[in-house]
Design a protein around this ligand. Structure first.
Ligand SMILES: N[C@@H](CCC(=O)N[C@@H](CS)C(=O)NCC(=O)O)C(=O)O
Length: 208
């Protein structure tokens, strides 16, 4: 059984999509970061940097209990554990999956979050960072669109790499910038949006 620690942010939804796709039995635990739940001493033992998402697998490798944070690492872990193909077994496919999984975690989400901070949530008018992060987000959407022009998904079949990009495309691409200039991203986004696991992951939640 996995205890999965979640809040309704881009990284939270990424990991929840991975959990839902994996089909692994799990209990949803709510960490309300607005209430600073992430600083509770017991939670810091699971996520040392006070971030969601995180998980505790009570039946990890060798039957041992393991804790894990970082959405990219969670996507890889639950995909590999379930053996559902979302983290490929072919060595070449794994290399490319890692490339886009790391791009999703380290570059795309990190910079899209800066857009979210400066353009959406910051109450002051700060033209320079607002212009800069709008350009950065559009440049990244152009990068994704170029790749998806020749590829149905990021690494061949639908994978953890796609999941690592979907949340911020959905939140900032669809809802803020619009995907009119990025038709390949639109096609990719809409296909993923229809998946039953995506619908469950973005649907209502109940702590267990
Ligand atoms: N690189 C981490 C980033 C996680 C992250 O930034 N989590 C945010 C919500 S999206 C958080 O928990 N913030 C609360 C805090 O920093 O105290 C990942 O991919 O999981």
């Amino acid at each position: 059984m996995i205890d999965f620690y979640f809040w309704t942010t881009d990284n939270g939804y990424k990991a929840r999509m991975g959990m839902e796709e994996s089909g692994l039995p799990h209990r949803l635990k709510i960490i309300n970061i607005r209430n600073r739940d992430q600083f509770a001493p017991d939670y810091l033992k699971i996520s040392p940097g006070h971030k969601i998402p995180a998980l505790v697998d009570h039946d990890g490798p060798g039957g041992q209990r393991i804790t894990l944070c970082e959405s990219g690492a969670i996507l890889k872990y639950v995909s590999e554990k379930s053996g559902n193909g979302l983290y490929p077994t072919d060595p070449i496919a794994r290399i490319k999956c890692d490339q886009w999984l790391f791009y999703g975690s380290a570059t795309f989400t990190t910079l899209a979050q800066q857009f979210g901070h400066w353009v959406k949530r910051n109450p002051e008018a700060v033209p320079q960072p607002q212009k800069h992060y709008t350009e950065v987000l559009k440049d990244m959407l152009t990068t994704l669109d170029r790749h998806l022009a020749d590829n149905e998904y990021f690494t061949g079949a639908y994978s953890a790499a796609d999941i690592s990009m979907y949340a911020d495309v959905h939140l900032h691409g669809v809802q803020d910038i619009g995907l009119g200039d990025y038709p390949n991203v639109r096609r990719w986004h809409d296909a993923i949006e229809q998946r039953p696991a995506t619908q469950r992951a973005w649907g209502p939640y109940e702590a267990s």
